[in-house]
Design a protein around this ligand. Structure first.
Ligand code: UD1
Ligand code: CA
Length: 446
């Protein structure tokens, strides 16, 4: 079946006062991405091509997060019906189905949006309903004997009989584009809240002889986020979906509940993740990788066969090729670590290249910053950097060069050479024995 084209309007003009935040509500992140971008991604996965986001005045960060999709500004917040009208000119001439979703209801699955688009082929207005355990103050869906939707009644305006209905309005609708704005223009604000209710278009559509129907979704995907407590609940649901996805795709999570993913984490096959690992945005992991406990990764790529951690930190731009080993208390930033190289203990490698099979000794630091600018360190293939070395960038260590432990290297080292800056060692025969004897005697006299 070929679907006609479809668009979506996302309502996100609310300030979200209960978040107690200076950020617009829908900018709060789930799994490392603003809520509104989850809604956009799921709509796109359902095949929606045109998107308009209705935002409040003075929300530049939100406008940017939504780009390249259009935004329309709703200046006064006069209700959900009024908000959709704000998108009218952006939607000018669109004649496919229009989904209307809320930016603060980020968990609706692409399949649910698809179901609505399919239903919209036979129905002028499709409403996403659900049956919550506690229907509370949700709008109620009034359905006739043939399961056709007659009206949506807001809780505040509902009779006792209507309040007893447990089929509730999720807020999401799908309306034929040619009908939508004509219906919206007939809405009045003559109700308990004094708002222009989007929900009124159902009764208006029925009056015009149009067909209205209901698609049912699950309560979990309809969680609306109005507070930080609900944000945390939504995060929990997203995390469990991401964990399941990782395991289904062939990763072993030793303690799934302590693995934190981002929306875009990609794990290969036979990846093993030990407990307490954090994946920030932009992480791609190859096959046969072992990520040991308490590691933290963001904007990082790991090749096949990498072993990292425990307690390793890979910051943006860390690019580890196949079979690299990164051990405990190692921090890597904006650095290419080539195949088979090892950075096993207590190091900082930033703004650098480490050549294939190089070995970076414990406590090696690339001194990449002079307080003003960042500089590059280049370490050749097979080089050996002795423990506790400071590499003062910009500096280059040639292929197969050795650097002696405890050195501070500020000049380039040619390939195959040894370089060290250690002070010559002096030994004093018997000195320690004599010193101890003297001090012991002094102390016994006190
Ligand atoms: C709405 C529905 C209700 C449904 C409930 C589900 C209406 C009239 N009621 O009620 O039937 O059960 O959602 O959660 O639609 N918004 C704007 N501009 C406005 C008003 C709202 O952009 O002028 C946005 C809000 O930011 C929010 C969304 O629309 O994202 C929903 O608005 P809200 O006021 O929360 O609607 P409810 O009263 O919860
Ligand atoms: Ca709400």
């Amino acid at each position: 079946m070929t679907m006609s084209k479809s668009a979506a309007i996302i309502l996100a003009a609310g300030l979200g006062t209960r978040m107690k935040s200076t950020m617009p509500k829908v900018m709060h992140a789930l799994a490392g991405r603003p809520m509104v971008n989850h809604v956009i991604a799921n709509l796109q996965e359902a095949g929606v091509t045109e998107l308009v986001c209705v935002i409040g005045p003075d929300m530049p960060a939100l406008e940017k997060a939504v780009a390249p999709h259009k935004t329309a500004v709703q200046v006064d917040r006069l209700g959900t019906g009024h908000a959709v009208l704000a998108a009218k000119s952006a939607m000018d001439g669109f004649d496919g189905s229009v989904l209307i979703a809320f930016g603060d209801t980020p968990l609706i699955a692409p399949e649910t949006f698809s179901k609505m688009l399919t239903a919209a082929q036979d129905s002028d207005v499709v409403v996403l309903g659900f049956r919550p355990d506690d229907p509370a103050a949700y709008g109620r869906l009034v359905v006739d004997e043939d399961n056709h939707l007659q009206a949506i009644v807001e809780f505040k305006d509902a009779t006792d009989e209507q309040r007893a209905i447990n089929l509730c309005n999720s807020g999401v609708m799908c309306v034929k584009g040619q009908k939508l704005f004509g219906l919206l223009e007939q809405i009045s604000n003559d109700n308990a809240a004094g708002e222009y209710y989007l929900t009124d278009i159902v009764a208006l559509a029925r009056k015009a002889g149009l067909d209205c129907s209901v698609v049912e979704g699950h309560e979990d995907e309809l969680l609306g986020v109005n507070s930080r407590v609900e944000l945390a609940k939504a995060e929990g649901l997203v995390q469990s979906q991401l964990r399941v996805r990782a395991m289904v795709n062939g990763a072993t999570l030793m303690d799934p509940s302590s693995t934190h993913f981002s929306f875009d984490t990609v794990l290969g096959k036979d990846v093993v993740v030990e407990p307490n690992v954090f994946f920030g945005p932009g992480v791609r992991v190859g096959d046969n990788v072992l990520i040991k406990a308490f590691s933290h990764l963001e904007e990082t790529t790991l090749g096949n066969g990498v072993v990292m951690g425990p307690y390793a930190r890979l910051r943006p731009g860390a690019d580890l090729k196949d079979n690299v080993k990164v051990g405990n208390f190692v921090e890597i930033k904006k650095a290419l670590i080539e195949e088979g190289a090892k950075v096993n203990h207590l190091s900082y490698i930033g703004d650098a290249r480490v050549g294939p099979n190089a070995n970076i000794g414990a406590g090696t630091i690339t001194c990449n910053y002079d307080g003003y600018f960042k500089y590059h360190t280049d370490i050749g293939a097979g080089a050996f950097i002795g423990s506790n070395t400071a590499l003062v960038a910009p500096v280059k260590i040639g292929d197969n060069a050795n650097v002696g432990a405890g050195s501070t290297i500020s000049k380039d080292v040619e390939g195959g050479d040894l370089s060290l800056t250690r002070a010559p060692q002096k030994n004093f025969s018997g000195w320690a024995d004599k010193f101890r004897a003297r001090r012991t005697e002094e102390k016994s006299k006190k």
